[in-house]
Write a protein that binds this ligand. Structure first.
Ligand SMILES: NC(=O)c1ccc[n+]([C@@H]2O[C@H](COP(=O)([O-])OP(=O)(O)OC[C@H]3O[C@@H](n4cnc5c(N)ncnc54)[C@H](OP(=O)(O)O)[C@@H]3O)[C@@H](O)[C@H]2O)c1
Length: 314
């Protein structure tokens, strides 16, 4: 990528997209276009085609998607399947027809992997078993996106690459307790408990283990892959390290500075016990990749006054 290359960040208002724009800006890229869905709805084929015909961006970061936590995925599985499938299919067709020289980076998710896996989970596990029932629609759509990128690469010679980020958190996250992800949810619960002198109730035993990737670290990897990688092989983006949910809760409690009591509601399910990504392939491509610890990431969020105000208002 040249510093004046035309770069499109689709989904640039979201958690990951805003971090991609930040990294591109920091690295001196000058021509970044990031339309909102109100301007270019990726579900509208003609809108994306008109855009690609007019702009022909050299690099496209596809970080748009319908994203949510267990509740959203479980109650609206068909929406997650349909929207995430159509967005990537419309985009690939548009690129094929109007901008075949564009390089596309598609973000999937580690949800594409089967429910049961040897740990850590490596990329060859894709399509090797039954999916987790609660996010099946989202996972099938992301899997379809990968296969579509591979087939458009094979048949039409498009330069498509696919990255699979693990659980993320960071600035500009969604702090909706019903529809958001685990780490932003915990940050909000501990901040609210501190403000209200309350307690925090968490589901399950606290023993399952989870990875936590700061969005800007993921964005660094995506920009690096865009510049240095071209292959049909998908690439995991994780930290390679996991924490028990108890440890995650204690880290967040410690960083928020609250004294609140944590109660574990063991009548609630634990979910998958372990889900840690193998980042061997990523490290082979990008040996300097060095994601921050959860403690460092949470501190960055809490040091940002505007983000904390937003968390407490959301
Ligand atoms: N968050 C995670 O933990 C996680 C983990 C693994 C993978 N991922 C993947 O990473 C990507 C980014 O996730 P995120 O957490 O940053 O999502 P997010 O914060 O919810 O942001 C979603 C983005 O998608 C855009 N979008 C949604 N529907 C659209 C449409 N019909 N047309 C155009 N744009 C549309 C939104 O644009 P507007 O705001 O303009 O509507 C927004 O910028 C997604 O592909 C997701 O599957 C996320």
């Amino acid at each position: 990528m040249e510093k004046n290359s035309k770069i499109a960040v689709l989904g640039g208002s979201g958690l990951l997209g805003s971090a991609v724009k930040k990294v591109l800006n920091k690295q001196g890229f000058e021509s970044i276009h990031s339309p909102r869905s109100s301007e270019i709805d990726l579900l509208e084929k003609s809108r994306i085609e008109d855009y690609l015909e007019a702009e022909r961006p050299e690099n496209i970061f596809m970080v748009a998607g319908l994203v949510g936590g267990i509740l959203g995925n479980n109650t609206r599985p068909a929406d997650f399947l349909y929207q995430n499938s159509m967005m990537i299919l419309n985009l690939l067709e548009g690129i094929r027809k109007f901008s075949p020289k564009s390089k596309l980076l598609f973000t999937g998710s580690t949800c594409i992997y089967p429910k049961e896996n040897p740990q850590p989970i490596n990329e060859d596990r894709f399509m090797c078993g039954k999916l987790e029932e609660t996010n099946k629609g989202y996972a099938v759509a992301k899997g379809l996106g990968i296969v579509a990128c591979q087939l458009y690469r094979k048949q039409h010679g498009l330069d498509t690459i696919c990255a699979m980020p693990t659980n993320m958190y960071g600035l500009n996250d969604t702090y909706d307790l019903e529809n958001g992800h685990m780490i932003p949810g915990l940050i909000k619960k501990f901040l609210v408990a501190k403000r209200d002198n309350g307690k925090v109730t968490l589901w399950g035993s606290g023993n399952p283990r989870r990875e936590a990737l700061y969005s800007e670290d993921c964005a660094n990897a995506l920009v690096y892959l865009m510049e240095n990688y071209s292959s049909e092989k998908i690439v995991n983006i994780g930290t390679g390290y996991d924490y028990s949910i108890k440890e995650i809760a204690e880290i967040i409690k410690g960083e928020t500075g609250g004294e609140c009591k944590i109660e574990w509601d063991s009548s609630r399910p634990d979910g998958t016990f372990e889900k840690r990504t193998d980042i061997f392939r990523l490290k082979e491509i990008y040996s300097e990749f060095n994601p921050r610890s959860l403690k460092e990431g949470v501190r960055e969020i809490l040091d940002n006054k505007r983000e904390v105000e937003r968390i407490l208002q959301d």
